[in-house]
Structures are given as structure tokens and as C-alpha cells.
Design a binder for this molecule. Structure first.
Ligand SMILES: [Zn+2]
Length: 361
């Protein structure tokens, strides 16, 4: 047997033999697990676990809260993930709101919900995994989920979670996010429209904007898509805050997916939002330093050369006007007005019919 064949055989055996592994210990009254296989959990029950991550610099493990609702009726495996980026908080609340609507009587198959994945990031309000000790460094877990690397602690963390918690427990996935720090964002989806099921998942969210794109290697979304498992990145407004209306709409968007794909017995909510579908966007960057006044809001329709931002010098003289590079919709606006040259001020999204991959039919 060749080395590759042997490795394939070994990894297939590992997958087949995988089962939920309990440490035997408890944390805050919940069982601690080191591997999750939702297929062997008791049917007709809502399970709450702590998944044991890597150890922190004091030698204690990070514990990730995970709910698995295992329905009385059989069905597939849906995964709702959140908090890969630790300063994105609307998603955490949305996982609680989704869970409130689920119980073993109305769920078919299993719905797994990860209530915040990047614990060091959540504790420190950082987007990336925050290294311990006196390190200022962080690492973006959403670019390395399926890398298989285990050299540094962030790699050990993402690889462990990918292999033992996420990748085997899903046949459809919604990964919840928000915009990055310092910019306003609508309800927004990244979705790879080359796959018709993914297209439908995006439509079911009732988002303001869907950006059709080929994905980002190492993200939760794309790592699943590359395994053949339909997945979307669902962006819930702005970071580091809670926005009730966005969370409510996102909750409906997740529930509509669960209902449509036959994981949940309930009635779909009709979204009243008219979704804008785009596949390319332009970022407007500051060229000077100074106070920037936004002349547009998120979701404003703009034409090429409309003025989006005005920048002042320290005396209140206008030093720059920033015009829209294209005709489209304002997708993001920087919310902190002082800006240095190079700062991103916002983005305008459009539909480009020359894109051969991401096509709206
Ligand atoms: Zn994010």
C-alpha cells in the first residue's frame, strides 16, 4: 500500500470510528468533550457541552460552549457557528435567539450551535485569536481553519476545532460574523453562487446585500464549501455592539434556512427587504489626513462620481472630496471620522456582468 493510500485509509477509518469523547469531567455543570460526533448523541434531547480547546498560558483549557439540539425525528446535520472573530457580538446573541426557537420536538436531525468559537478573542475583544502573556499579537482564525497546521497555539486551536468539533458535524453551515471594527455594515451575506444550494441559502437570509464571490481560503465558509458542504458567511451589521433589529432579522434568516432545508418544523418568515445582489466592490481610501464627513449612508444607491465623503483639514477647509468610482449601493461606511491617508472610508458594491463565475440568473 502506498503512503498516500495508507494515509487515506487511516483518515477514513478515523472518520468512521469517530465518536463523541467525554473527558469525564464537568465545567459549570456541563459535560466536557474533546470530540463531537452528533450521530451518537441521545435522540430527543437538547445537549449543552463545553468543548475543550487548547490550554492557555496558565495551563487551563479554553472551553467553548456548544449546543446540539437532537430532534426526535431523524434528519441531517445543520451547523450554526459564531465568534470566529472575537469582537463580533451580534452573532453571539443571534445564536441564543435561534436556540430559543428550537426543541427536540420541532427539530429534525441535529442542529449544532457554537456560541462563540474564539474564546481568547472574545475575552479580549479582538478579531483574531489573542496570544497569551504580554503578546500584543493576534491571528485570524478565519484564514486557517482547514490548514491542518499545529505549530503555534492559534494553529493548534483552529485545527483542533476544525477537526474535532466542526467539520464532521454538518451538511449545511451558516457562519455568523459582522463587519470589521470601525465600519457600519448592513445585513449581508458572502455566498458562492456557482453552487445553487448556496445561492438558495443566501436568498433565504433576507439580507440587504448578498455578495456573490468565490470565497476566501481557510475561512469556515470556504473550508466547508471545498468539502462539498454548502455554507455561507452571514454578516450581522457592525462589530463590538448589539443591534436588536439586525439580530432579529438574522435570527429569521437562520430559521428560514432550517425550515426550508427540512431541519425545523415551523413557518418561514417573509422578509420585506429587497436584496441587492453584487459581485464586485470598490473601496474608497483616504488620500489625506483629517476629519471625514460621510455624505451617504449604508444602503444608499449611488451613481458614478456622486460625492461620498468630504475631508477637512484642521481649520475646517475642505481638502478632499471622494467620489463614487462606480454606480451601485453603499455597502459600508467608516464610523470614526478622523482618518489618516490610506484608511478605508467605505465600499460601493455593484453587479459586474463580465464576472464569469458569480452570475445572477
Ligand atoms: Zn468576522
Amino acid at each position: 500500500m502506498s503512503k498516500t493510500l495508507l494515509l487515506t485509509f487511516l483518515s477514513l477509518s478515523a472518520l468512521t470510528l469517530a465518536k463523541t469523547e467525554y473527558t469525564g469531567g464537568k465545567y459549570l455543570g456541563r459535560d466536557i468533550i474533546t470530540n463531537l460526533d452528533v450521530t451518537d448523541l441521545e435522540v430527543g434531547k437538547t445537549h449543552e457541552f463545553f468543548f475543550q480547546g487548547t490550554e492557555n498560558s496558565l495551563g487551563s483549557p479554553w472551553y467553548i460552549p456548544v449546543t446540539v439540539v437532537k430532534g426526535e425525528k431523524s434528519g441531517g446535520k445543520f451547523l450554526v457557528n459564531s465568534g470566529v472573530h472575537g469582537n463580533e457580538l451580534n452573532p453571539i446573541l443571534a445564536t441564543y435567539k435561534v436556540k430559543e426557537k428550537l426543541n427536540p420536538k420541532n427539530v429534525k436531525g441535529t442542529v449544532t450551535i457554537v456560541h462563540g468559537m474564539n474564546i481568547p478573542g472574545l475575552l479580549n475583544n479582538t478579531r483574531g485569536y489573542k496570544f497569551g502573556g504580554n503578546s500584543e499579537n493576534t491571528s485570524d482564525l478565519n484564514r486557517q481553519m482547514d490548514s491542518g497546521k499545529v505549530t503555534t497555539v492559534d494553529q493548534k486551536y483552529s485545527t483542533l476545532l476544525w477537526q474535532n468539533l466542526l467539520s464532521k458535524n454538518a451538511d449545511k453551515v451558516i457562519d455568523l460574523h459582522t463587519s470589521g471594527k470601525g465600519s457600519q455594515f448592513p445585513l449581508f451575506v458572502y455566498a458562492d453562487f456557482r453552487n445553487t444550494e448556496i445561492k438558495k441559502m443566501a436568498e433565504l437570509t433576507g439580507s440587504d446585500i448578498v455578495k456573490m464571490d468565490n470565497g476566501e481560503n481557510g475561512s469556515v465558509e470556504t473550508s466547508f464549501v471545498q468539502l462539498g458542504i454548502p455554507s455561507i458567511t452571514f454578516e450581522l451589521g457592525s462589530s463590538e455592539t448589539q443591534e436588536a433589529e439586525i439580530v432579529a432579522r438574522a435570527t429569521d434568516g437562520v430559521l428560514n434556512n432550517l425550515i426550508h432545508w427540512n431541519y425545523l418544523d415551523a413557518k418561514e418568515t417573509n422578509s420585506k427587504v429587497e436584496t441587492f445582489y453584487g459581485n464586485t466592490w470598490s473601496r474608497i481610501r483616504a488620500e489625506k489626513g483629517g476629519f471625514v464627513e460621510a455624505k451617504v449612508k449604508v444602503m444608499d444607491k449611488v451613481k458614478k462620481d456622486d460625492v461620498l465623503f468630504v475631508q477637512y483639514d484642521a481649520f475646517g477647509n475642505v481638502v478632499m472630496e471622494y467620489k463614487s468610482p462606480n454606480t451601485g449601493v453603499v455597502a459600508s461606511v467608516k464610523d470614526y471620522p478622523y482618518s489618516e491617508p490610506g484608511d478605508s472610508l467605505g465600499r460601493v458594491i455593484e453587479y459586474n456582468s463580465n464576472d464569469k463565475d458569480q452570475v445572477l440568473k
